[in-house]
Ligand binder design. Sequence first.
Ligand code: ADP
Ligand code: ZN
Ligand code: ZN
Length: 738
Amino acid sequence: MELFADIILDISHSSLDKTFQYRVPERLVQVLEPGNVVEIPFGAGDRLRIGYVMGLSEHPKIPLEKMKEIQRIVTDFAGTDSKLTALALWMRDYYGSTTAQALRTVLPMRKKTAPKQKKTLVRLVSGDEAEVVLAVFKKKNQKARVRLWEALLAQPRLPYEAAIGGLGITPSVIKALEERKLLACESDTVYRRPFQVSGEFPGKKVCLTKEQEAVIEEIAEDTKECGNYLIHGVTGSGKTEVYMELIARTVSAGKQAILLIPEISLTYQNVMRFYSRFGERVSVLHSRLSQGERYDQFERARSGGIDVMIGPRSALFTPFPNLGMIIIDEEHEPSYQSETSPRYHARETAVKRGELEGAKVVLGSATPSMEAYYGAKQGKYRLLCLQNRPGGGQLPRVEIVDLKKELRQGNKSVLSRLLHDKLEQCLDQGKQAMLFLNRRGYAGFVSCRSCGHVIKCPHCDVSLSLHRGGRLFCHYCGYSEPAPSKCPKCGSPFIGSFRAGTQQIEKLVSEAFPGARILRMDADTTKGKEGHQEILKAFGEHQADILIGTQMIVKGHDFPQVTLMGVLAADLSLHISDYRAAERTFQLLTQAAGRAGRGADPGEVVIQTYDPEHYAVVCGAAQDYESFYRQEIIYRQLAGYPPAGGLLAVHCMCQDQERLELAVSYLGRFARQAAGTAQAAVMGPADEILSKINDVYRKVLYVKHSEAGVLIRIKNLMEQYISINDGFKGIQIHFEHR
Ligand code: ADP
Ligand code: ZN
Ligand code: ZN
């Protein structure tokens, strides 16, 4: 049997989706696999080039006599590259994207840029001798030499670039002085370091608790090479210490580790904890790095220069030669989901990479995602718990305030009387408070301020959102109805959409507490590069008494002086038009509650809401994860939402609204046909929650089915349909498989 391979030539090439067919020599027929890196003759003179095997088939696409043959499978680092390429192909098939998009995501910077050579000019003679030499140059009127020598007299070491670029010295001048042994040109290959570290880091090594030890043993001693684990540990339970110990053991076994943390938690303090433990063997990726810097970090990993990579989502693709462990901290964070094609989720992708490379995958969170916990219950992850805080600190006292009652008793302010009184007390005692507006993006739901009733879609069991012109829309199925002028449940006229910004809150609070110093943190006040770090630093130094902000303020920062946390309206995240609204609210409330009382004083938390009986609010207040999960999973099961069922979202974008509507309606019809035979349900098309961004209109379709395989088949059919129909030209279509 003859076998042919489709091969992509060069990852950095723009026409990546073009493959070339090569004959597979007989000796490789049994071993060659998609993802393999091979050497092939290409172009003039049949120069040998590197190629990536995208697929295999038994059918030649070009005349056999014109077809060339694969030379060999490349073995140096090929293990890593092959596995990463295989991962990209899996991502393409599972999440939906082109081969090019998937490869660029996984191998994003395979550019032929050599690592930067850093050269330094070093003066080899003493200052006194140098003075004499300078006088000679001056006398001979050798201007270039004078310039260079004056610079070297002032500082005995001078970067080569500074001499060439800044002083305008030619290489021949440098060469001449080098030959006269006046200076030396030192060169070393430097990797651009993203974090400048200097000096010693006193590594405070804690003595692990029994609970921590047990979790570490379970994972490290598990003989399964590629086990998957979920650590459910309350805030402050010492998860980071557990990660560090796991990483240390992985490294001493001669393997490497990747730790993913949300970008917002990549603070100097956090990173320092790792530097102090692992020194220069750690590297950090973050989104502010340039392409070149990222490339360098990946090269260091590839060549064995580091053992540990810390970073956000994209650090998952670090090309370590012998990967032993992937850890995902705060695995519930939405930032682990990519927003460009392929819209991969780091959690599933890490599990796949672990499987391909024989690495363990550890997820950690105080509020695990429904997906992870459900996965644990299904046996996909081994569940491990940390229930105590070794560093001490009690959980805060939490009170829920019913805003309906406040209104009934005549208080229309954003501050309930309870929160007002507690704020007053807190300020009197010279302590700090945080006020949290848990707004998530666009919160256009309509609710009744008298009875708390929220208007929902009759088909999808999510809240409807109010649009200009006064109509309510469902962002799943497209259903719409006029906004009512009185509550359909109790008849109250106090019904409307809930809009409040941090700026308004700041104004109201400063009116209520004229003496208080207030800081505000939201998208507006953190525009500068380090804006949000600056605000946190100022607050940490007690330059303000109250910090008002959106979710940015509740993410893992430690402020020992904060004794009061006020959640202004839990409803803002509870009723967004999304099936994950309750989960997000529970996570935010749990995190917010974890902010207060980090120091010696016990903390207090006040949660204001129109829906005080909602399980997300009640369980968030009680920090009761299990009970929240039990109630939420029932809702997901009844409605067929993930993780109980599979969901495929098809996001469509175009500047031309009419073309978009037409294309999406065709796509919807096709999806219904394709889904019909598989008994899958199609919802939509509907406007996205943000239906227009930067003049680009956005629509979405959903396909629901319990089996991932069925959704992938439907996705593939849709991809085919899109590729053969000109009507979809110019329309961006992204699949998202949840
Ligand atoms: P998490 O990541 O679960 O929020 P951390 O690892 O940041 O928790 O730990 C919270 C605090 O407890 C840190 O100040 C840490 O130094 C401290 N800590 C963790 N483990 C121990 C331990 N075994 N003994 C003493 N202090 C500990
Ligand atoms: Zn009502
Ligand atoms: Zn609906």
